[in-house]
Design a protein around this ligand. Structure first.
Ligand code: PRX
Length: 655
């Protein structure tokens, strides 16, 4: 939710940004993308990628169909995602190639999993799921940490045509049950506990609480990870190792239609209820594999690629699991946090596996900046040849630090803009082709038609600013919001006719490069996690002592944005340090620790317009100590000065 002042500041900064980085000639020579890639006709481009990048049981007969706002791609085709990600590589003699170098968080725990291993494990687990009654179309929820069995579970679902929803392991029982109920999941796959910074996260315990509110879940498969005792419910819960015991590894891949549901990924919007974003089979797979090939310049024979995201988010789905496996990449997959046992864990991993491509988020880069370059300097990072960034605007200082200290002041840095809804990267440099500018995501990917519109829907030219839009369908675009076509139309297609409204502010500079300015709606971006202000407000008012709450974000040097809550307690009660801690815990329990407010300001009243609307813009100004804008529409202007006084004296607690 970038305020106007903030956007102007960002624009001023970017206009001063004079540094440019043309592609190094040696990189350009060998790059997967060559300059003529932009000259191709959009239909010819996606037609060719669809035919060549995927293996079809039956080829598609029509590239796409567009009945705004509903798209279909690769119509008439039949294929299987797990076959494309695994079997075909094995059949082509690449079975011994490592798919994942998995690194556990506890020191010394490693597994090298080849494509042949993964194919066998997936087929076996798919057979186990079948034995448990999972069929084509049975919705399956997955709630796990970063263990190899997580991609195994996802791919096993795709093998038998069962759509999945992966719920990030940091989400609460309420968040998990809400998603499982919305998708009507019958099976949940989880693990006893996950490792995190040397301690354990009780996933099965949370899953039990969630299942108590999700009566449709009849079977729960539990992977043993930490080995600590967890309760198992007779008749419902089954251990993963028991489920696969004596099960064969011959499981013919189900022939799926191009437009069959592949997965739902829930994400925050501008209301309290997360939306189930629909992704289907062929278009999604083609979109993520194509972008992965060109943007990360992947050479499957020689590269060691590492996307340091969590598979529980769209970044992990597209660029740890489906894109890289479809392309036959060798990836690193890491279970834990970057600072365990010490702050050089990432650099140690890069050195040991010889990682050549690293993809992470600005918030992580800023944490490493804060810790200092000495941790990276302890390691040989010379294998790196390409760096990527995703999830939030990257400030030029972080971009430069990343290139200088991690990329030996020579690797290209690709800042990639996209969303859960787009499925694949949409605005990005192509390494070897694009001249880079720190802080700019540069150009729409080939075959993507983006633009920046003003309020009235006029396209703004170079030097202009406005709202980022996408003007034509793309293969991996969301097909809708699960069970809610009206919300789909209203959210993305109502601002402009037949044009996708992304919810981000953007500016185009004189070279036609894009600069992303952050959200223009009530969605916050905290450490790259997407959280809605209204979701946090609902969690707060769910507490029995809270009368009203208003939530906004303020700038934060590390996490990009931090959550600030203004809370009015029932009966005119005053807040306290204890109440503050209690409310933060309450939000963590309702949504997950990522949604905990960094600050809570207790106030007898919230600033409202005469029609009763909370003025979040003013609250944001207060949170950032800015002079207040226009307050004349307020019902009671004195409320704001009272809040300002309190904001300055209230305690802050870091999350
Ligand atoms: O505001 C944009 C920001 O993240 C939002 C999408 O969040 P989510 O669906 O969780 O997906 C995150 C990972 C793809 C966008 O609306 N965003 C993402 N990448 C960038 C970005 N903002 C600026 N620059 C980026 N590179």
């Amino acid at each position: 939710m970038a305020s106007e002042t903030e956007q102007h500041h960002a624009i001023d900064t970017m206009l001063l940004e004079e540094r440019t980085y043309p592609p190094p000639p040696e990189f350009a020579k060998q790059a997967n993308a060559q300059p003529d890639i932009y000259e191709q006709d959009f239909e010819a481009f996606w037609e060719r990628e669809g035919r060549e990048r995927l293996t079809w049981f039956e080829p598609f007969t029509k590239l796409y169909e567009w009945e705004p706002p509903f798209a279909k791609w690769y119509l008439g085709g039949k294929l299987n995602v797990s076959y494309n990600c695994l079997d075909r590589h094995v059949e082509q003699g690449r079975g011994d190639k490592v798919a994942y170098h998995w690194e556990g968080e506890p020191a010394g725990e490693q597994r090298a999993i080849t494509y042949a291993d993964l194919q066998r494990e997936v087929a076996t687990f798919a057979n186990a799921l079948k034995k448990l009654g999972v069929k084509k179309g049975t919705p399956v929820a997955i709630y796990m940490g970063m263990v190899p069995e997580l991609p195994v579970a996802m791919l096993a679902c795709t093998r038998i045509g069962a759509p999945h929803t992966v719920v990030f392991g940091g989400f609460s029982a309420d968040s998990l049950s809400g998603r499982m109920n919305d998708m009507e999941c019958e099976v949940l796959i989880t693990q006893d506990e996950a490792w995190r910074r040397g301690t354990t996260v009780a996933l099965k315990k949370t899953a039990d609480e969630a299942m108590a509110d999700a009566p449709g879940v009849r079977t729960c498969v539990v992977l043993r990870r930490t080995g600590n005792e967890v309760p198992m419910q007779e008749g419902r819960d089954v251990w993963w190792h028991d489920a696969i015991d004596g099960v064969g590894d011959d499981c013919p891949p189900e022939q799926m239609d191009s437009e069959d549901l592949l997965f739902l990924m829930y994400t925050s919007g501008t209301t309290a209820k997360p939306k189930g974003i629909i992704h289907t089979t062929a278009g999604y797979l083609c979109g993520v594999a194509t972008t992965h090939h060109y943007i990360f310049d992947l050479k499957p024979e020689t590269d060691v690629y590492w996307c340091a995201a969590d598979i529980g988010w769209i970044t992990g789905h597209s660029y740890i699991v489906y894109g890289p496996l479809c392309n036959g990449a060798t990836s690193v997959m890491y279970e834990g946090t970057p600072d365990f046992p010490d702050k050089d864990r990432w650099w140690d991993i890069i050195e040991r596996y010889g990682v050549t491509i690293l993809y992470t988020a600005p918030t992580a880069i800023r944490s490493h900046m804060k810790w200092g370059p000495e941790y990276a300097q302890k390691h040989d990072l010379s294998s790196l040849r390409l760096l990527g960034s995703v999830g939030e605007p990257i400030n030029p200082e972080a971009w430069i630090w990343y290139r200088e200290h991690i990329g030996a002041d020579s690797t290209p840095v690709v800042d990639t803009w996209w969303q859960t809804e787009t499925g694949m990267i949409m605005i990005t440099p192509l390494p070897g082709v694009t001249t880079l500018k720190p802080g700019s995501a540069t150009k729409p990917f080939p075959g993507v038609d983006a633009g920046v519109f003003d309020e009235q829907g006029n396209e703004v030219g170079p030097g202009g600013g406005g709202y980022l839009v996408l003007k034509r369908p793309w293969p991996s675009m969301l097909r809708g919001i699960f069970k809610d076509p009206d919300r789909y139309k209203e959210t993305y297609w109502s601002k402009y006719e037949n044009v996708y409204f992304a919810g981000d502010g953007a500016r185009i500079d004189r070279d036609a490069d894009y600069w992303l300015l952050g959200r223009v709606d009530d969605v916050m971006n905290v450490a790259g996690h997407r959280i809605s202000t209204i979701e946090v407000e609902s969690a707060l008012v769910d507490h029995q002592e809270v009368a009203e709450a208003a939530v906004c974000s303020r700038k934060d040097a590390t996490t990009g944005e931090a959550i600030v809550a203004y809370v009015t307690l029932k009966g005119g009660k005053e807040g306290s340090v204890e109440k503050l801690a209690e409310l933060r815990d309450h939000v963590a329990k309702k949504i997950g620790p990522i949604a905990k407010p960094a600050n809570i300001v207790f106030t007898p009243e919230l600033p409202k317009t005469r029609s009763g609307k909370i003025m979040r813009r003013l609250l944001r100004d207060v949170a950032e100590n800015r002079p207040l804008g226009d307050t004349t529409t307020l019902a009671d202007p004195t409320v704001v000065s009272e809040i300002q006084n309190r904001a300055q004296s209230e305690g802050t607690e870091e999350s």
